[in-house]
Design a protein around this ligand. Sequence first.
Ligand SMILES: [Zn+2]
Length: 138
Amino acid sequence: MKRQIFNLNGKITFINNEPSKPSPNLPVSIYLAKLVEDVARITNLSININSTTGGLHSKTSFHYHGMAIDINLIDGKKIDDPANFSNVQKFQLAASQHKDIGECFGPFINIRKRGNKKTQKPQMRTKHLNHLHISSQR
Ligand SMILES: [Zn+2]
């Protein structure tokens, strides 16, 4: 089952960082949609989703199955803006602790979870310094 992510009165925006490319506001797994909304609510942070199923990702990426999103802005600031580091850390922490998290990659936390087994993936960090990658397990 898929649905679009709610914008939570503008708290969640969907602006593609490549303006010529289609809107990232596309249907995703209902578990991923709920996860993203939950984390935005819990942290009270606004986010911009710049990719869902579009964009370029690794061949086996969860993006192609509607199970992953990328976030390039939190509270209107870039992920790699030092003024944003505490927000980015707060968002990653809440996402990594969500029951349905599959992958949480970014500057501070890099984990993959299958069932209840969490694995550290420090090698993912260098590719996720300017965006957060969030996927759900189902
Ligand atoms: Zn991604």
